[in-house]
Design a protein around this ligand. Sequence first.
Ligand code: GLU
Length: 299
Amino acid sequence: MTTGRFAPSPTGILHLGNLRTALASWLSARAARGRWLVRLEDVDGPRCRRELGEAQLRDLAALGLVSDAPVVWQSERGATYRAALETLHAAGRLYPCACTRKDLQLLASAPHAEDGLRPYPGRCRDRAWEGFDRALRLRLPEGPLAWEDRVLGAQTDDPAVFTGDPLLFRRDGCFAYHLAVVVDDGAQGVTEVVRGADLRPVTATQVRLQEALGLPRPAYGHLGLVAAPDGGRLGKRAGALGVAALMAGGVAVPEILGWLGWSLGCLARPEPCRAEDLVDAFAWDRAPAGEVRVPAAWT
Ligand code: GLU
């Protein structure tokens, strides 16, 4: 069965870009009469807060987007991630990394464009195994990987260019983003991953990790990002563009949904609607690959 998911990190409010991703993943799953799941990716210690995750769930519910299964919080799944590390170690795919704590913190989070992408140069590749209490990296196979994106078409990426050998476990005991996302997509039977184009560059790395764990490859769709009215980054203004702030500014939920649906190619013009009104009009070949800008009146 088609299983889609939305997997935000609870580090802030969901801005219009996040909401657009959430709606697209929901519409794609609903259009296929499949399931849609929400997973809170809160492995990254202090940056993630439970109450922010709860607020994100409330905002999704306000749009009519509710997980079809109990919401998964990654901070509760350490034993599963540890078991995956043991599988990888048994297959000879892990090595300890002795690079500095600062480097590791920079590399551990979801590598969105604003953080820059820093491929790991493989400095510790030949270190002997020292146990599971070290920072651990996955030894990637050499060479590029071809994969298909529903929005962007055929892609070929060499993980060495974007991530290098990914960090899967940090010395401070945190499991890293790449491990948690791949293990959970597998455990939850996710068949399609819909997310922002800022994560496109790490897809090949995640596919290599799926292969190492013997997990099936989901379909991928990376959506163009949402920009400010002048084309600038939304990030800086995101505080003003969450559901609560938009509503406080007089923008009702059906208007938000109408704009999101229009931006995904489901409506000829932004007009108020409910999420379910958009299901039949949703099609991947209508979703624009380029960036969309939020209405100036909303900022
Ligand atoms: N948790 C990641 C984020 O905050 C998304 C991971 C994914 O969708 O694969 O953007």
